[in-house]
Design a binder for this molecule. Structure first.
Ligand code: HEC
Ligand code: HEC
Length: 443
């Protein structure tokens, strides 16, 4: 026993050292698919010259990216030398600790855990973010990413990082943006290499960087504001919302009852990252992009970037309250299902518990009564034995068998225990109202 433990310890120690070494190796960016593709399918013999040119270009792309964006641990914000080094270093540290398993070193959504996850972690390098406050087709602002980090993506594996400090959330959001811009520049360079078989000079690359970043700068001014303040939610607005839900064919993807992809019956196609999309289950009460009315308003008005959830701005812009009514319907649907679940549970409890508990308590009482009877019998028998022993000398009394004397079982008197202790089914939980949202939305 003692002996055989040593080889195991040695193996573990060796493993620990091995793992330690591997971890100590700094993470490195690897070429994206569009760069790899440049030389794919080329024959080392037949396409020798092409291969050499393109491999050269691949190396040049790597060099440009390293110059402009740096390495995973020492990343630079493309086109913005003002973002502080310390902040990006902090972002790198947090990303390596909390994000890389899912989102990958390149930010391409291919971390080691990614294959096990559905939906897949976001591939930032495509430059598309779903849960933004900006217009359809607009880019994300840092504030949108910070908000996603705060909230998490409810109903997916993307956790909430609400325990981070504000400045940590901002640092890691900057890191995400740095990876995003890097990915976009890489794609542009690969396209140019493919089309022109040479890369532009430094000034030319400056211009490409500007083109890549322009829509991200513009996004700062493309926030979707509500077209009207949110009306008070009433049975009428909810009912009207439901009509509109059908009128605008939301049910085509989400189903008449809003349960959408949860029932798996609707094929809504793929998202821009190439994975099967699923229409949200609007009855689940869990909203990936946030459950505040203003969040839902934005989803309904401008759709969801990258997902087959269309913008309705063209239809709804002239009827701003209509959007709120749809939002009311969605809020109510989610609440209704939750309420129904709570009610069903309570009803079930109400119906089951008293009856079952009563039966159980009665059984217990019976058993207790039996036990008491047995105990009394034992005691009586013992007493009889003792009496018999005491009267032993009187041999003539010996034929009297006192043990058999009092066979009458004492009645089970303690039935009362079965009475009234069934736990009361508690008052229904009522945390339905979210009044603070109305104010936020109207603001
Ligand atoms: C356990 C896996 C996991 C971890 C860890 C994780 N994410 Fe995610 N992340 C996801 C998934 C899955 C999605 C996609 C959700 C979706 O498509 O609805 C996502 C989406 C995102 C998005 C995109 C949201 C949008 O609007 O499209 C951002 C930004 C993001 N994550 C940042 C981070 C950062 C930063 C960290 C670390 C601090 C992190 N994530 C850690 C799984 C993870
Ligand atoms: C072509 C199919 C399609 C149609 C039509 C459609 N949706 Fe969607 N919807 C989706 C998909 C897919 C998602 C999930 C996006 C994601 O997170 O990947 C979605 C998500 C949503 C969400 C976001 C929920 C969240 O998790 O934050 C809301 C709200 C929503 N849809 C409401 C509507 C309303 C209202 C309409 C009609 C005006 C509508 N949808 C029409 C496909 C559709």
């Amino acid at each position: 026993m003692q002996m055989s433990r040593w080889p195991l310890m040695a193996t573990l120690a060796a493993l620990a050292v091995g793992v330690g070494c591997r971890q100590a190796e700094p993470p490195e960016f690897t070429p994206g698919p569009d760069v790899v593709e440049l030389t794919e399918g080329l024959d080392p013999e037949e396409d020798k010259d092409d291969l050499k040119t393109l491999q050269d270009l691949q190396n040049q792309i790597a060099t440009v990216l390293a110059e402009r964006v740096g390495t995973p641990e020492k990343i630079k914000m493309l086109g913005d030398p003002h973002v502080s080094e310390e902040r990006l270093a902090r972002g790198a540290e947090l990303y390596a600790q909390y994000c890389v398993q899912c989102h990958g070193v390149n930010g391409d959504g291919n971390g080691p855990l990614a294959v096990y996850l559905n939906p897949r972690p976001r591939n930032y390098t495509a430059g598309v973010f779903k849960f933004v406050a900006t217009e359809n087709g607009s880019k994300a602002r840092r504030a949108d990413i910070v908000k996603t980090l705060y909230r998490g993506v409810t109903g997916t594996s993307m956790p909430s990082f609400d325990v981070f400090t504000d400045s940590d959330r901002e640092a890691v959001a900057d890191y995400v943006l740095a990876l995003t811009y890097r990915g976009l520049l890489q794609t542009q360079l690969a396209q140019i290499a493919y089309d022109e078989e040479e890369l532009p000079d430094s000034a030319g690359i400056d211009q490409i960087v500007d083109e890549v970043l322009e829509p991200w700068r513009a996004a700062q001014h493309e926030v979707v504001m509500p077209l009207s303040p949110m009306p008070v939610m009433t049975a009428e607005t909810i009912a009207h919302g439901q009509e509109l839900f059908l009128q605008y064919s939301c049910n085509k993807c989400h189903g008449n009852d809003g349960r959408g992809g949860s029932v798996g019956s609707v094929d809504v196609g793929k998202d821009v990252w190439g994975y099967n999309a699923a229409a949200a289950d609007l009855t689940s009460g869990m909203f990936r992009g946030g459950g505040r009315p203003i969040d839902l308003y934005r989803r309904v008005l401008v759709g969801i970037n990258g997902a087959p959830m269309p913008s309705r701005r063209a239809d709804l812009a002239n009827d701003p309250d209509a959007i709120w009514h749809i939002v009311h319907f969605i809020k109510d649907t989610g609440e209704k299902r939750r309420r129904e679940t709570v009610e069903a549970t309570l009803t079930a409890l109400n119906r089951m518990v008293p009856a079952e508990i009563a039966a159980e308590v009665a059984l217990d009482a019976e058993a207790e009564a039996d036990e008491a009877a047995d105990a009394k019998k034992d005691a009586d028998a013992q007493k009889a034995d003792a009496d018999a022993a005491a009267s032993e000398p009187k041999a003539d009394d010996a034929d009297k068998t006192p043990a058999e004397s009092d066979d009458q079982t004492p009645a089970a008197e303690n039935d009362g225990a079965a009475s009234d202790d069934a736990p009361a089914a508690d008052e229904p939980a009522d945390n339905e109202a979210e009044p603070e949202d109305a104010a936020a939305a109207a603001a």
